[in-house]
Write a protein that binds this ligand. Structure first.
Ligand code: C2E
Ligand code: CA
Ligand code: CA
Length: 670
């Protein structure tokens, strides 16, 4: 608006000057002598000439300023904050070049800053702007005056060179590269850029926008190469990880490690700097028996150990940053880019062992063990909380003393979820009678008649899914819920036998499985069994308790007591899965068992004649200890032929019967 007024004013002035000049010229043309003109008119004439002169001068001044304003407006419209041409100007320049007859000799280079986003994120936008300006200064220094420099986008720049050939272009690019290198050695925030160029020649002719496309394509190829080679940008990383920038309120008071929030934000920043090709791991570690250590050496020494742990951990070259989750639980982010996953696990394991050994040396008898869960980051955009959860999930799955380090996997996560769902839904399932008792008969070797049957539990979930015991029994053993589940089965078995007996129907002896968990609480087990017996008084000899060999051997002392107590109440006891793992002659002699069940592994696969003979001798040997022998997993004619040669008493397996509901047993036996 203001500009328009100035232009109008200057045109009006020019018009007035022109008018006065015309009047004077008319007067001169009519040959009017000054003497003939009255004095008042002469005065007027001179005044008007003076005014004309003044107006002329001011018009000139106005035109001069207008021009200046014009050119500065034009400059502003075409330049960027960096002082070089903006995108609009770039486009205009390109369309000017496009109007030419030929583009031969036009070269176009395109530059893109690689790290602008990262710099903006870490150091703020001012630092980002400064980086752009720095780069522009370098470009200007390297470019000749006749080169056209323009900022094409946020972090994209173009340089157009006329009368260009490859050597001119390469020369210029090398100059830029060297200047940037020199700049980076002197500055904390380094410039990293990708570039591509194209030159239109007679052999390779490009229209102007094709030149732009080609340069852009080459630039992206270059960018890819840079990214794949660029694992870390140490300057940025060290700045992010510099723990001095974190004030004490953001650190753990005892160990000086980061607080939760600082750790999360630091990891987030680090992930933005690293590219997806780097191998990073989030590790959660826990001191296994720290309570024991505190009790033995006191809390002051305990605190000292935690501080020591923090110092040592942060000294490890792989540790980028760490934090204390709570008490003796820590998490850290590890850069293991130079290693394979296996090597990384070994390295972290080795550090765990080294640290534990140093504590063990200084504090004899502390039995110091570090357990760790490792989550190798697969997706850098995942939330840090998810990463922590995964590492924690792996850590919790570690088994102290024999598997102190566990790597997270999707399978592990599914297991954890299953465990969680199982434990969570157990009580409701029990109340809703989702557990069902199935039985699998044991038949006599001699006449193949059913002599007894084993009760096997099944879980039919509300959605109809049928779960075999292997999927939930181990989980319920861990949570302790197996106790109530087993007693649910026992009650069904007692009740069934009692009802059969009451109704004077066929009574088939039944076996039930005993989880190893019961062995740790013999007293309450026997009490509950006695209570069941008072409710459903059946001859105890009708019930056999199957105790696995491994449970028996592991807790041999309490297991012996357990077996004795059951015998004292009149129940039978069986050694289940004999030969499946920890076979020990000590477990067999003296013989505490009324029955020994040979594990199905003995006959599962095709066995050689030699192995068959050996099995027969083993069965006969155990039989000589005066016990009932059952062979499990009998599936084929070959199994039968082999076992017929032994002194095995009972067969159990799919060859005869698969497990079926307890309610169907009587009809089958009858
Ligand atoms: P187990 O006590 O050794 O039970 C024998 C398992 O072998 C049963 O699997 C049975 O169905 C299966 N089996 C029987 N004959 C054959 C055969 O010819 N071929 C094959 N391949 N398998 C055969 P199931 O019912 O899935 O039970 C698995 C395990 O779960 C049991 O092994 C037992 O350790 C546990 N379990 C089952 N019910 C209970 C229970 O009520 N309480 C407790 N604590 N554990 C139970
Ligand atoms: Ca069994
Ligand atoms: Ca078994």
């Amino acid at each position: 608006m203001r500009n328009k007024a100035i232009v109008l004013l200057s045109y009006a002035t020019i018009a007035m000057i022109a008018m006065i000049c015309i009047i004077q010229m008319v007067l001169l043309a009519q040959d009017v002598q000054p003497a003939n003109i009255p004095e008042s008119i002469q005065r007027y004439f001179w005044r008007s000439q003076l005014i004309t002169l003044l107006l002329g001068l001011s018009a000139l001044a106005i035109i001069f300023f207008t021009e200046n304003i014009h050119s500065s407006l034009k400059r502003n419209a075409y330049t960027d904050i960096t002082g070089i041409m903006n995108k609009h100007a770039c486009m205009e320049q390109m369309s000017i070049l496009d109007c030419r007859d030929s583009t031969v000799g036009i070269g176009l280079a395109m530059f893109d800053l690689n790290n602008l986003k990262k710099v903006n994120d870490f150091y703020g936008h001012e630092a980002g702007d400064l980086l752009i300006q720095q780069f522009v200064i370098l470009l200007r220094q390297c470019a000749e005056k006749k080169f056209f420099l323009g900022r094409f986008g946020g972090d994209e720049f173009i340089v157009i060179i006329q009368n260009c050939d490859e050597s001119i272009m390469l020369n210029f690019l090398e100059h830029v590269s060297k200047s940037v290198e020199k700049n980076n050695t002197a500055n904390t925030i380094g410039i990293s850029y990708a570039c591509g160029f194209a030159i239109s020649t007679r052999q390779q002719y490009y229209l102007v926008d094709e030149l732009l496309k080609e340069a852009d394509k080459k630039m992206y190829q270059n960018k890819k190469i840079i990214k794949s080679g660029e694992l870390t940008e140490p300057q940025q990383i060290s700045k992010v990880l510099d723990s001095d920038r974190v004030n004490s309120s953001e650190k753990d008071g005892l160990t000086g490690m980061f607080s939760h929030d600082t750790f999360v934000s630091t990891v987030t920043k680090v992930l933005q700097i690293y590219n997806d090709r780097s191998r990073l791991a989030l590790v959660c570690s826990d001191i296994h028996n720290f309570r024991f250590f505190n009790e033995l050496y006191g809390h002051k020494e305990g605190d000292h150990i935690l501080r020591q742990f923090s110092i040592e951990l942060n000294r490890q070259p792989f540790c980028l940053c760490s934090y204390r989750l709570y008490s003796d639980n820590f998490a850290f982010l590890a850069d293991v880019s130079q290693f394979s996953e296996e090597q990384a696990v070994e390295m972290i394991q080795a550090w765990n062992i080294r640290f534990a050994a140093s504590i063990d040396n200084a504090y004899p008898g502390s039995r110091f063990i570090l357990k760790s869960g490792i989550y190798f980051l697969s997706n850098f955009h995942e939330s840090v909380e998810t990463m922590l959860n995964n590492a924690e999930c792996a850590r919790k799955s570690s088994k102290p003393n024999f598997q102190n380090i566990v790597v997270y996997s999707d399978e592990l996560s599914r297991e954890v979820k299953l465990r969680f769902d199982t434990v969570n839904s157990f009580q409701r399932a029990l109340d809703c009678h989702e557990f069902h008792v199935y039985v699998q008969p044991k038949v006599s070797r001699r006449n193949k008649k059913i002599c007894s049957a084993e009760a096997l539990v099944r879980w039919q979930k509300s959605d109809g899914i049928f779960l075999p015991p292997d999927t939930f029994v181990p989980i319920l053993e861990q949570s302790g819920d197996i106790i109530n589940m087993d007693f649910y089965v026992y009650e069904k078995v007692f009740e069934y036998l009692y009802q059969q007996q009451l109704n004077e129907k066929t009574v088939t002896p039944l076996s039930v499985n005993v989880s190893r968990v019961h062995l740790t609480m013999t007293e309450s087990f026997m009490e509950r069994i006695s209570r069941l017996h008072s409710r459903y008084p059946v001859p105890p000899s009708l019930i056999t308790f199957e105790l696995t060999e491994s449970a028996y051997i592991q807790e041999i002392y309490s297991a012996e007591q357990f077996v004795n107590r059951l015998h004292a109440l009149g129940y039978r006891v069986s050694m289940d899965d004999f030969g499946s793992g920890y076979s020990s002659l000590k477990g067999l002699y003296p013989m505490h068992f009324d029955e020994v069940k040979f594990d199905q592994a003995f006959i599962r696969n095709e066995i050689t004649e030699e192995a068959g003979n050996w099995l027969i001798r083993l069965i006969n040997l155990v039989k000589s200890l005066n016990t009932t022998i059952v062979c499990e997993g009998v599936e084929t004619d070959e199994n039968i032929t082999l076992l017929e040669q032994s002194k095995c008493d009972l067969f159990q397996g799919y060859y005869f019967y698969k497990p079926f509901p307890l309610g169907d047993l009587a009809a089958l036996v009858d």
